[in-house]
Ligand binder design. Structure first.
Ligand SMILES: NC(=O)c1ccc[n+]([C@@H]2O[C@H](COP(=O)([O-])OP(=O)(O)OC[C@H]3O[C@@H](n4cnc5c(N)ncnc54)[C@H](OP(=O)(O)O)[C@@H]3O)[C@@H](O)[C@H]2O)c1
Length: 428
């Protein structure tokens, strides 16, 4: 059989696009031998085609005209690694409608429009791959789509934002405040000038929406994901957490609860001994529980040009294999429209409260009576430090509804004998 050919248009030649282009150009022959398909990089779309590039492309390959890719009937696949919601989403839709396969690393588009684009691709009989949109080089999407397909997935718990994991690690290990830890993250190339996407949990919520959509075959929009960032974590909490046997992590959690789903991103006290407690630096890790497989842990580099290119080119090679097999029918996933996200109020979780209270008799009784009235049962209560007038007091609870836990926090903080509830964190 003569080798088939897959002609590729690449949108974006930045951190990820440069690595993808380099790999395709340098490994063309090896990939042709491996798959029996010639992966040919034909055109590359950028904003500024005269700017010097890190990768040397054959003359005439660069363009700033989207139609050079999107309206070229010779191109069979468009690789979108430009980023942002628009015009990336429109380009992907146009490519799909004109019968081109799409490979993307774009978490914003896939989180907000993934199910609709996947259904469109199914109707157009083309493939839409997005392994690189979550977890950089970690094979997550293909793991859910292929290797864990036999399972009912029960739970996905992830350290999925490298920037905040690095920052929380530095706060825990070096006693830094948030701003100092962020400055270190910036110097190490892990944080943007404006870190709010990471610090406020937006990035993790988008990635969780994508993972939950694939793992549970539900339409989980990022706006449905409950989200709290790491701004409320105080350096003292890391010390107390460690004394109690926990690490503080920003977790993305999705879980099946009867006919609904939990989907939430917030800081969590993770017990020492849990695999996610020891995820260091900017690495990512995803812990999955399936009814057949049990527990699975996937971890690795969650960002960076080369790990992300590994996922993008991996998707292209999988597409090449399907071209080689002459796959004729490509269907969309069937989403379960009954499976909706549970309001955070109804989620049951454990919590950690740190309160500053008057150091005197009767204070704890007043606090505990509120816990009792709200039906929140106390697992541990420890007085930490006292300056004679105020005492620091840490409580952990047994599982209760998040609404009851937050009402408890609110009512305790209004007590005259309470200076403040300094921290309120959930416990895994
Ligand atoms: N970097 C990572 O570690 C990483 C990890 C996982 C996923 N991703 C995702 O991968 C994608 C690319 O990220 P990146 O870090 O490679 O971005 P980047 O370095 O900023 O590069 C973006 C590229 O896209 C081009 N571009 C942007 N808007 C365009 C438009 N409207 N029309 C044509 N070209 C356009 C830019 O052109 P010019 O060069 O002319 O400006 C540039 O070449 C994003 O979706 C990102 O979320 C990145």
């Amino acid at each position: 059989m003569p080798p088939s050919c897959l002609r590729i248009g690449l949108i974006g030649l930045g951190i990820v696009g440069s690595e993808v282009a380099t790999r395709l150009l340098q490994h063309r022959e090896a990939y042709r031998r491996r798959t029996g398909v010639d992966l040919v990089l034909e055109r590359v779309l950028v904003r500024d085609p005269v700017r010097p590039r890190r990768v040397a492309l054959p003359a005439g390959m660069l363009t700033a005209r989207p139609e050079d890719l999107l309206d070229d009937p010779q191109l069979e696949v468009v690789v979108e690694v430009a980023g942002g919601e628009e015009p990336a989403r429109t380009y992907m839709e146009r490519a799909i409608r004109s019968g081109k396969h799409v490979v993307t690393a774009n978490k914003v588009v896939m989180a907000r429009h993934g199910p609709a684009l996947l259904e469109l691709a199914g109707r157009a009989n083309v493939d839409l791959y997005f392994e690189a949109a979550v977890g950089g080089g970690i094979p997550l999407i293909s793991t859910f789509k292929v290797d864990l397909l036999a399972n009912q997935i029960e739970r996905v718990v992830a350290v999925i934002n490298g920037t905040t994991n690095f920052v929380l690690g530095r706060m825990a290990d070096a006693g830094l405040g948030l701003d100092a830890a962020l400055a270190e993250a910036r110097a190490a190339g892990y944080a943007e000038a404006d870190p709010s996407e990471d610090v406020d949990g937006w990035d993790a919520a988008a990635k969780l929406a994508i993972m939950a959509s694939v793992a549970f075959l539900a339409r989980v929009h990022p706006d449905c994901v409950y989200r709290e960032g790491i701004r409320g974590v105080d350096p003292i909490d890391f010390r107390y957490a460690r004394e109690l046997g926990y690490e503080v992590k920003l977790l993305a959690l999705a879980a099946r609860r009867d006919d609904s789903l939990e989907a939430r991103v917030h800081p969590v006290l993770v017990p020492h001994g849990h695999p996610l407690a020891s995820v260091q630096g900017a690495r990512n890790a995803v812990y999955v529980e399936g009814d057949l497989v049990g527990q699975v842990l996937l971890q690795g580099e969650g960002a960076g040009g080369r790990p992300t290119a590994s996922s993008v080119v991996g998707d292209l090679l999988d597409l090449a294999a399907s071209v080689r097999r002459r796959v004729e029918v490509r269907s969309a996933p069937r989403f379960d429209d009954e499976l909706t996200v549970l309001p955070m109020d109804e989620v049951r979780t454990r919590a950690y409260f740190r309160c500053r209270v008057v150091d005197g008799p009767g204070v704890l009784a007043a606090i505990f009576s509120i816990f009792g009235e709200e039906g929140v049962s106390i697992a541990s209560a420890i007085q930490k430090e006292s300056d004679g007038r105020w005492a620091e007091f840490v409580v952990t609870t047994h599982p209760a509804s998040d609404a009851a836990l937050r009402r408890t926090r609110e009512r305790v903080s209004r007590l005259q004998v309470v200076h403040s509830v300094g921290s309120f964190l959930r416990v895994l």
